[in-house]
Design a protein around this ligand. Sequence first.
Ligand code: MN
Length: 156
Amino acid sequence: MDTEHASPFRSAQPGFRWDGVAHMPYKQDGSAPFKDISRQVLFDDPALACQLRYFEMDAGGHSTLERHEHAHAVMILRGHGHCLVDGEVRAVGPQDLISIPAWAWHQFRATRGESFGFLCMVNHLRDKPQIPTEEELAALRAHPAIRAFLNDTPLD
Ligand code: MN
């Protein structure tokens, strides 16, 4: 984005879209670790050293189960779903805040039969996410609440 000449104002459009913001559905095939999710980068100004993104999942969709050194700050904007952070699964909804610390396994799932969208702030410079090994996934699945979450049958 040409930040020097761009207007400071970009209007919201229906359906959680914004003027001048590219809507990027994630490519997926049978082996993709995510499902029915899109990304829009709302703010990406080098002066801020962070990005603010809006992610949205269709009903039944989910983000990648991953961890990394960088942290996330998340606010749910639309819909209801479940979130795993570092061994804890919670039902979350609009305006809820979620802090995802370094190296915490995390995933968002649209478990309530509706579109589920959230803002996610992240450092502009960041490490690449890791996905769990078979052993790490088995260790996560040993927890009943996490197993139910991963099976899209959350306990609450
Ligand atoms: Mn992440």
